[in-house]
Design a protein around this ligand. Structure first.
Ligand code: DX5
Ligand code: ZN
Length: 231
């Protein structure tokens, strides 16, 4: 269990979080070191339970294998139906941030409070089609809002252009709250779509296939980071 999170509060910087869902798992350690050296800010770990999304991915043992081996904060995205079952195991495994979905079955305020009580950063995520106004009463409890720009479950999908409107609305809610909250966007991010997310108000970008499936992951990560130099 971490006594505190390695992830800083939102600070106006643009952060890039490679998602290991698209990494070559045979060479996971090497893949992680490559993105560390390329200047990644966080490592995004997608957890899927086969219920909330029609796919399975990693459990807490994968997070604990990364914990202490990488310098990157572990940004753990729970795409699970019953997040309360998993909050403690993933915190114990070394997550720096646990993001849960507002659409999950467990009551969201209780879930966020249990994450906060474990001393790590808390995140809340919305899927495409979820009304961003539902986030407003939760903003006092979170360090990050994650807007899904694809239907969650699989890497390699195309960025949904309509998610720009959700990102803009979330940015407005965060500004109104006066709190330092990251606005992370996840799904279909590459050098072409990163500016769409950033200009709508994102300050953290998840990218899986655009980095790990690229011929040159170091270059791909740099191109995503430099995609919107003027904002
Ligand atoms: C999708 C996951 C994403 C995924 C993104 O459900 O939450 O984090 O890894 O993959 P790309 O960047 O390939 O869309
Ligand atoms: Zn994710």
């Amino acid at each position: 269990m971490k006594t505190s999170s390695k992830m800083p509060a939102a600070n106006g910087k643009i952060c890039v979080a490679p998602s290991i869902l698209s990494a070559d798992l045979w060479r996971l350690g090497e893949e992680v070191h490559t993105v560390e050296q390329a200047g990644a800010d966080w490592l995004h770990v997608d957890i899927m339970d086969g219920h909330f999304v029609p796919n399975l991915s990693f459990g807490p043992s994968v997070v604990s294998s990364l914990n202490g081996k990488t310098i990157l904060p572990l940004d753990v995205h729970l795409m699970v139906e019953k997040p309360m079952l998993f909050v403690e195991p993933f915190a114990q495994a070394g997550a720096d941030l646990l993001t849960v979905h507002i659409e999950a079955k467990d009551e969201i305020v209780n879930t966020l409070k249990s994450i906060k009580n474990l001393g790590i950063k808390t995140g809340v995520s919305i899927k495409p089609n979820t009304d961003p106004a539902r986030l407003e009463p939760l903003l006092d409890l979170v360090d990050l809002v994650l807007v899904m720009s694809v239907h969650p479950g699989f890497g390699g999908q195309a960025f949904l252009p309509e998610s720009q409107s959700q990102i803009r609305q979330v940015r407005q809610l965060i500004t109104q709250s006066g709190r330092s909250i990251w606005l992370e966007v996840d799904g279909g991010i590459n050098a072409k779509t990163a500016p769409l997310a950033l200009t709508a108000g994102a300050d953290a970008l998840v990218a899986g296939s655009a980095i790990f499936k690229a011929a040159d992951p170091v270059l791909a990560l740099k191109q995503i980071r430099q995609a919107a130099p003027d904002i």
